[in-house]
Structure formats: C-alpha cells, structure tokens
Write a protein that binds this ligand. Structure first.
Ligand SMILES: [Zn+2]
Length: 904
C-alpha cells in the first residue's frame, strides 16, 4: 500500500519503507528537488548483478541488486530510480569500506534517494540493495498472469518500469552488462536476455523446492531492454539460425508459450530465419545477440517488445499455428519484422535519451516494413509506411501535435513520445529521405551509423553525421531537421498557370490545419517536391525541386498546357496539396495515369481539404465516387473513412444518413460480391484484407440487410464450435459476422455471448468476440460491456482494447462518457491501463462532436492529470479533435445533404 503526503513537494512515501524514514520524509522534505527527468551523471552504473527470487504463486518477489557504479562527484546523497520497492537495507562499498545508507522513494514517478552515512570516495564503488516488491497489478514491471491452474510471471519495462523490479539507473543511455540469477520453483522455466550457464536446486523458504538459474553475462544493455518470463512454459526448440556470410556462428532459436500452446508457435518459428538473414544482409552486421527467444504473452500491454534475447509478443500475434490465414500472417510478419529491426536500431545502438526515441521507432517501423516486404512479398507490407504516413498526417495537422524530436523533460513527455508521430511520421520521413538520397547511399549511411555506435548510445546528430558522410551531401541534414524538429503536416497550394505558350506550377507552402483553428507559426519546410504532369506524347513526366522558401514557381517543359497535375509524384513526399476545383476534377479524370500510391495521396489530400473546410461538398462526393471505381482496392476505399465520419453528422433515421448508408452499399457491394466471402484457392493474400474492409463497409457501416443475412449463419456456426474456423468464410470476416449477430440479438442473447467471450481461453476467439461486442452494441447494451470492463476474467490489455473499440462506436459515445464521468468507474478503468498509458484514457472521450464535451473533459480530468502520464497533451489533442468535428459538422451538414439529394 502507499500513502500520499503533500509537503511542499508532492512526496509519496511507501508504507513499506521503515517507519522512521517515512516520518523523516513527512517532516523534513528533501532540500533539493528530485530529478524527474534525467538523473544526471554524478554517479553512473557500470554493471549490475541481480539475484531475484520469483515464485508465481506468491504475491511478492525479492531481490538483491548489486550495482557497480562510478562515483564522479562524491556526495552523501545518490539519486536512483525505484518504484514501490520495499527496501530492507542499502550499503555502499567504497575503497573497501562499507557505508550504510537509507533508501526512500520521493516521487510517484519512481525517483529514490539514498542518503549515506558518509561521503564516499571518487571512483568505483558498489551499491548493494536488499528488497522485496509486490508483483504489479497491471502488465508492466514484473506481473503475474493466471491461466487455468498455472500462474506465470512476465515483464515489460519500457519505458520506465525496470525501477519497479530492481533499484536502477533507469535511463536508456546507461548501457551496461547484467549478471543475472533467478531462483524459481522446480518445474518452472526462467527466460531472460542470455542462456543459463547452470541451474541448481536450493531450499525454498516457503514453497518447497526451488531451482537457482545463473545466466551468462549479458552484452551491454539499457534497463528497459531486460526481460523475465518465469513459469511452467512450453519451450519449443527450433532449428538454430545457421551461420551465414555475415555471421560466423549459429544462433539458438526458441519459442515460449504457456503450457499446451507450444505447437501453435510453428509458423512464427519457421519464418524467423529468412527475416533475420535479410536484415543481416541489408545491414552487413550479424544479429547482435547470442540467442533469440520469442515469447507469447497472454496479457500484454503492447503488440510486442524487442527485449534483448527475449522478445515478447501479445500471444494472438504469435500463436497462429502452422498455416495461418492471410490476415494473421500479415500481422505477425509486420510486428516480427519491426521487433527484429530493433535488434540493431534501439538494441545494438540505443538512444542517449527518450527525445531520440525516433532512432528506435521510426527506423524499426520503416526498415521493418521494407525488409518484411522483401521476405514476404505477397503480404502487402510495401504500402505499410505509406498507409501509416497518410494516417499520421491527420494527427500531425492538429495544433497540439508533437514534434518527432520533442524535448523530453518529465514523465509526461516520456509517455507522449510513444505516439504515432514518433512511429509513423518518422518512418514516412525516412522513406522520403531514402528516395531523395538514393537507396544505396542511404543504406550505407545506416551501416556506417550502426558500426560507429555499436554496443553504445547515439543521438540524432550522430545519425545525421553518418548520413552526411555516406551521402557526401550536407543538405539532407536541414531537410530532415525541418520535419523532425517542428510539428505539422506541410500543405502545398498548387496552381497550374498557362500563358503565352508556357506552363508553370505555382506552389505555396503552409501548415495543414483543420477548420476553425489557427496556430502562431504557419511552418516552413525544406521540401523535396516532385510533380507529375502529362507530356505531349501521351505519357507523363516527373519534375523534382527542392522547396525551401514559402513560394516556388516550377516551369513545366511542356509545349502545351498540361491537362492535369499531381503535386506529390510517387507519393514519396511527407506533404499534402490543394488544387482548385477544376484541377481536382481533371485529376479525377486521369487517375489511370497515376500509380495507386499517387492516387491515394490525391484522395488523402482531398480529405485534408475537407477537414480544412476548403473542398466543396460536390467535389467531396465526386471524389468518393471516383475513388470507389478505382481498380486498386486501397484507392477504392480511400474515401470510405470520410463517408463513415459524415454519416455520424446526421441523426439515426434522417434522409442524409440513410443516403450515405445507401451510397456505401452502392459503391462497394459489387466489389465484395466479386471477391466472395470465402478465400479462393491461390488468390493473392491481399484479398483477405480487401474483403474485410469491404465487408465491414457494407454489412456494418452500410447495414445492408442482404449481406447481414449472408454473414449471420457463419457467426452461429462459429459460436457453436469456436475451435474451428467455419468453412465457406474467410476467418478475417468472423469478427464482422459476430458483430452482425450481436447487433441484431436481444438483451439476453447479447449477455450470453458476452459471457462466452471470456469463458473461452483461445486468444483469437476472445479478440474477435470482444471486438464484435463493442462494434455490434447499441447504447442499451452498454451496461453489459461496462460489466465486462470490470470482469476479472478479462485480461487488462483486453479491457483496454474493449474500451477503445467502444469509444470508436459512435452509438456508444454518450453512454461511455456518462459512465466514465463517475469517479469510481474512471478509477477502475484507469487501473486497467499500465501506469505509463494512463493519459491515453482521455482519448476515449474524444469521439464527441459537440463543444460542451470540451469543458466537461477539462473538469473531469484536470485534477487527475498528475497521475496520468502523457495526460496534458492527450487532453489538448482530445479538445482539438472535438473542436474539429464540431466545426466540420457545421460546415458540411447542410451542403452535403443537398449534394446527396437528401434535403437541407
Ligand atoms: Zn518498436
């Protein structure tokens, strides 16, 4: 338990700490403020020895942490990280003499001070801490998961939860080796960064016989990359990754799953070697760690985590059997490639501090998709970075958007750093720069960067220096900086001007902003701009320019006035554009002259014009129809999101809403019919994704009765025998079929199905059912879902996802908000989120379209922001999102209804 004391500073005193120390903290607040950002370098670690006792049947674990440190500026006070640790003793050995110390945690973020009886000597010393701690109640730090009769222990440390498991210098820049010993019950496996070097039986104090596992010294690693898994696992030995031209040794590979599920790791294990080898060839560097374990975790608060030697995955991504359906294969390939890319970007070279997190996440996202596509060319990973870029440009248009490289000074900043800006915008910038620098020179820059900083830490300047050297061209530095050191999506206003036999494109850049908001700086970027336009010969040409000023005139070497222009050729640029009404129509008429990626960029630009209120309802409607006719399915569905959003602007049975639903069905019905509900033999894997998007559109958003009638029987068959995927339907459609079934079932049946969702232990069945419950629910079914959110049978990550899916169902927005507004409900919901994610709870209330919500949001959350990492920025983003929706509804409700022929 913990007590909260206010004494000038906010001081949290853990009741477990010795009473005398607690009393001190209350009466005598520390003279100097605890460092909530970085600890500084007065004392730095050089090596850890951790001896832990982890028994999954107990409530607590215990440990002895022995940390070799270098004392650079001697003082009687040492700042260190520790959260909820019950410390029995702390001693510093300096110059062979033992100095007693007292440990106390002085901030909720996990900052502790050690006060020593004497000032130690400068130089090497050894800090020894004996402690115990409770397993965490949420999936972070060290936490337990019960599966049937078995209990397992897993860990997740990123970004700041290692301090919940041992006292630590818990920053990415402190990169040192770890010697690890774990004592666990006989019959349990212990997995960590390296392989065990010996195991021996010891007497357990409480629970009988125990086994002590001693592990090989790890390579240098930051605390956040350490992992533990302890329990009666299935451990599957796969074929080791054989030596190759880059790596002269073989690497043992294993899969780890809860008891009974080991065989379901087959696909994941079989497809690891080609991926690892493709990275090794591209980077010309071997996998930097001596073994690789893939761990399927039943309750996990992220998709996966790239821990050194022990990569953890949410179990449904990894447990996909021997011959998974296309959707499952794609999700696995995408996540696995991302985590493997981290073995170099993040693990071999780690960021000095969290403000350089993009060196991990942008690089792993971009390179993961690139190498993933090379190894699995049929899964559609080639468009993953573009997909993410088009999506993040919307977030990046909000006035509250972060920079990719945002200063990080507080725990709030650390939480905010793990967002779509870091992952997707950063990846999109790398894609653009690779295109501009050239594929080979860019690859050489990455190789040089990794070699220079291997086993160490680096920052953005280090990367940019490597790029300078490899490209022999300093201009890329400024270009990258203009995208990562300022927020916002650039927008290029484009006008095609023809006069006196000459044609030119007149470009103006500004920041893309939604309707109804303004910001102080309109932004100026160093943009690589490429224009595509038709030539007299009947083809098209591309002209590229560097745009550094507000305005640029690009002469087009055409003997006639080009009939159309596409201002982001190859869709490589991280920017959107506007056209006048005539040029939009001309572009729609010439979609066949553009690549699918270009057509998607065109429609994404149309959407940003819509969000800015600058596109007429007629052009918007025209764009929806034109897109839907495109042969490429991703282009065809590019305007679907707008249709769904607009639908929510009108009341349930209103003519405009009915017209939009009809339009969705009209535009996509035949396409879905052509694909069919069942996969055809030898069809491309991408058809599965296309089928899912189309079925969701016609059956759920369009509510088409015929498609609903076709889908419902499959839901019933699946519910009768959940272990089997029914014949005649793509498994990707099962969640949609279930949602149809739930949308049309009475209250009693809805409740029965909700109960079924948590009784079954198959993670994929649960995931489908929970998604369907949230999607298929109307407001009067919400109480069943609220009960589920609190049900102990639901893993925390499932509850978080259920809440998010409920928030994306407009029919539940009001009831969800009313429920969250009750303090006891909100507290219970917050308990489901790992502490580092609690700020994101606010986003659940951002689905509203009325400005009244903005005030109630602030009233509810402002007093709680201290305990919600990342909350202040998420609150501003939620306010921006609601404001944007309200402004768009006012702008388009009447004109769009008229354009639809559905009255004013
Ligand atoms: Zn990552």
């Amino acid at each position: 338990g913990s007590g909260l004391v206010r004494a000038g500073l906010l001081i949290v005193v853990w009741a477990a700490v010795a009473t005398a120390a607690a009393a001190d903290a209350v009466l005598d607040p520390p003279a100097d403020a605890p460092p909530l950002g970085r600890l500084g370098d007065a004392v730095v670690p050089t090596r850890y020895h951790l001896a832990l006792v982890i028994d999954s049947e107990r409530e607590t674990f215990e440990g002895v942490a022995t940390i070799d440190v270098d004392i650079r500026r001697p003082a009687s006070r040492i700042w260190i990280h520790g959260a909820d640790l019950d410390v029995a003793s702390v001693t510093l050995v300096s110059e062979g003499r033992r100095i007693a110390g007292r440990y106390r945690e002085v901030d909720a973020a996990g900052v502790a001070r050690v006060d020593l009886d004497r000032v130690p000597e400068r130089g090497p010393a050894r800090l020894e801490v004996h402690y115990r701690a409770a397993f965490s109640g949420t999936p972070e730090g060290l936490y337990r998961v019960r599966m049937g009769d078995d209990a397992y222990v897993f860990s997740h440390f990123q970004a700041s939860a290692a301090r919940r498991v041992f006292p630590a210098f818990d920053e990415p820049g402190f990169k040192v080796p770890f010697a690890i010993e774990v004592t666990a019950p006989v019959g349990h496996h212990v997995i960590t960064a390296t392989r065990e070097v010996d195991t021996r039986r010891v007497r357990g104090s409480l629970s009988g016989s125990m086994m002590r596992w001693r592990f090989a010294l790890t390579p240098p690693l930051p605390t956040y990359l350490l992992a533990f898994a302890v329990g009666p696992f299935d451990v599957v030995d796969a074929r080791p990754l054989p030596a190759n031209s880059v790596r002269s040794w073989s690497v043992p590979l294993r899969g780890v799953a809860v008891r009974g599920r080991g065989p379901e790791l087959a696909h994941a294990l079989r497809h690891t070697q080609p991926l690892v080898e493709a990275f090794e060839r591209y980077l010309e560097l071997p996998l930097p760690y001596p073994k690789l374990d893939l761990i399927a975790v039943p309750d996990f608060a992220a998709g996966a985590m790239e821990n050194v030697g022990a990569v953890t995955y949410r179990d449904d991504l990894l447990l996909i059997g021997t011959n998974p359906a296309a959707g499952a294969a794609r999700r696995f390939a995408s996540v696995h490639a991302h985590e493997l890319a981290h073995q170099w970007f993040g693990n071999l070279v780690s960021p000095r501090w969290w403000d350089d997190l993009w060196l991990n996440e942008s690089f792993a996202s971009w390179l993961g998709a690139r190498i993933g596509h090379q190894v699995f060319p049929t899964l559609g990973l080639d468009t993953e970075t573009l997909d993410a870029a088009l999506a993040v440009m919307v977030d990046d248009s909000l006035p509250s958007a972060r920079q990719v490289r945002q200063p990080v000074e507080t725990p709030h900043d650390i939480a905010n750093a793990f967002d779509s800006i870091t992952y997707s915008k950063g990846a999109a910038v790398l894609r653009m720069i690779e295109h501009d620098v050239g594929v080979t020179a860019f690859r050489d820059a990455l190789r040089l960067y990794l070699r220079r900083f291997a086993s160490g830490v680096a920052d953005t300047d280090d990367f940019l220096d490597s790029l300078d050297r490899a490209s022999a061209d300093p201009r890329f530095r400024e270009m990258i900086s203009s995208f990562i050191d300022q927020p916002g999506t650039p927008l290029i206003d484009t006008r095609l001007v023809c006069a006196d036999g000459r044609a030119e494109a007149r470009l103006q850049q500004r920041r893309s902003l939604p309707l109804g908001v303004s910001v102080q700086s309109s932004g100026l970027w160093d943009l690589p701009v490429c224009l595509r336009y038709p030539t007299a010969a009947g083809g098209s040409a591309i002209r590229c320019e560097r745009m550094r000023e507000r305005a640029l005139v690009v002469p087009l070497p055409a003997s006639h006035c080009p009939g159309w222009i596409l201002p982001n050729a190859d869709a490589m640029g991280y920017y959107r554009f506007t056209l006048d009404a005539k040029s939009w129509n001309a572009a729609f008429e010439h979609l066949d002259a553009m690549t699918p990626a270009e057509a998607r960029m065109l429609f994404a630009s149309l959407s940003s014009g819509f969000r800015a209120g600058e596109v007429s309802a007629a052009s918007l409607l025209m764009g929806m129809r034109r897109a839907a006719q495109h042969p490429d399915w991703e282009v065809a569905t590019a305007q679907l999101g707008n249709m769904i959003r607009l639908k929510a602007f009108y009341p349930d049975a209103s003519p405009a809403r009915v017209a939009l639903k009809r339009l969705i069905v009209e535009l996509y019905d035949e396409r879905l019919d052509a694909l069919g509900l069942a996969p055809r033999p030898d069809e491309p894997e991408l058809h599965a994704l296309n089928r899912r998007v189309l079925a969701r559109a016609v059956a759920l958003h369009g509510a088409d009765p015929d498609w609903r009638a076709r889908l419902r029987p499959f839901a019933r068959r699946y519910l009768d025998a959940p272990a089997l995927s029914p014949r005649g339907i793509d498994p990707e459609l099962l969640e949609i079929a279930l949602a149809v079934e739930l949308a049309t079932s009475n209250a009693q049946r809805f409740e029965e199905l909700a109960a079924q969702a948590v009784e079954n232990e198959d993670p994929r069945f649960r995931r489908r059912m929970l998604g369907a419950l949230a999607t298929g629910a109307t407001s009067d079914r919400a109480p069943t879902l609220f009960a589920l959110l609190g049900a102990s049978e639901l893993h925390d990550h499932e509850a978080v996802r259920l809440a998010r899916r409920m928030a994306s169902n407009p029919a539940l927005d009001d009831v969800l908000w009313a429920w969250m507004s009750e303090p006891e409900n909100l507290d219970a919901l917050l308990e489901r989120f790992p502490s580092r994610r609690r700020g994101s709870v606010i986003a659940l209330a951002a689905g509203a379209c009325d400005r009244g919500r903005i005030d109630s949001l602030a009233t509810l959350f402002a007093p709680r922001l201290d305990a919600m990492p990342g909350g202040p920025r998420v609150l501003r983003q939620a306010e921006d999102t609601i404001e944007r929706c309200a402004a768009l509804r006012e702008r388009y409700r009447r004109p769009l209804a008229q354009a639809l022929g559905a009255g004013g």
